[in-house]
Design a protein around this ligand. Sequence first.
Ligand code: COA
Length: 345
Amino acid sequence: MRATVDRAGLDPQGRLPKVQIRRVRKGDLSKVRDVMEQTFGDFLERQLGTRPRQAFGGAQYVHHRWLMEPWGCFVAEEDSSKIVGAALAVTWGTVGVLGPVAVLTNYHNQTIGQQLIRAAQDFFDENKATLHGCVTYPTSPKHLYLYHKFGYRPKQLTAIMSRAIDRGPARVSALAKAPVKTPLTARRFSTLEEAKKKAALVRIHRITNAVCRGMDLAKEIEIVDGLALGDTVLLERGRDVIGFAICHSPGVSEAPTGALYVKFLAIDPPQRKPEHLEQFVTLIEGFGQELGVQRVILPVYARYWVAYNVLIQCGYQIDFTMIRMQRGKQEDYEDPADLVLDDWR
Ligand SMILES: CC(C)(COP(=O)(O)OP(=O)(O)OC[C@H]1O[C@@H](n2cnc3c(N)ncnc32)[C@H](O)[C@@H]1OP(=O)(O)O)[C@@H](O)C(=O)NCCC(=O)NCCS
């Protein structure tokens, strides 16, 4: 089908097609999803030698992202009729995160990707995002070249790690030195009354702001809550929230089939003891067990070196790596001792 329908993207007279960039509309959503699946399927097939049955293992990106940030979602449309590319972007306060970006394979190298990225950049600028980032494939010269054109610098690897939780003995703590006086507990954001949700969001904003000035994850937490994509697990000591983890569970979220996926986790910097992260991971695994998933997926940016080491000690293995690209102010804001797990896919 691709061979005839998408043939080189040329019209019958051999001219380049007229491609326009516009914002995603509700009626585009399934088509955008198909374009993403198809494009990444092609890309992974070239990389791996076999085509994955589902490019993202059942994870979904389009519908809830559009509901969360409709002004950050763009399509490239040929002749006002056919969607040939798409880019999603979101602002977390002052941090703009770009991706996924996809252009149908037979339309590559016609500047469509650049036009989509430019639209996302404009969206970041309109919303005063001062730090822009994405992740990409570190071994692809094309990807590094493309993002370099927009001023993105390659930084360190992001490792997508996972651990099976359905079998094996409970993990013995490698880090706890002495019995803790006030144990850490987990509470689910969805169980709070509305007023308490607001208070929790204020507390969480203080945590993310301490990690990176101006960073705000409220809309990610609210969309997970509003659409029941999973839940945000609050790490508490006594009545104080000292950390949070935005968890997606399989279905229509960013979690692949059979896995609980943590999109963002942070522990308040003044409380950043490695054993706190270890306990938090154990609590999240307990949540995964309640949900009946087989795996927990945790992403970690290698610059968060302490967090990376804790995950290894917790038995997490690297499924694959991508490279973080960044541009703008506060480009090197990350403190290696911060206990943060964040995925910019
Ligand atoms: C990445 C992607 C979105 C780019 O879209 P695109 O429309 O092909 O990109 P553009 O044509 O705008 O730009 C590509 C640039 O890379 C250059 N390029 C192509 N192959 C290259 C290579 N091997 N080495 C260096 N540069 C290369 C092109 O010449 C062009 O630059 P130019 O306009 O200065 O000449 C597209 O390839 C895609 O969908 N890939 C699969 C999914 C994916 O990987 N998404 C991004 C994940 S981060």
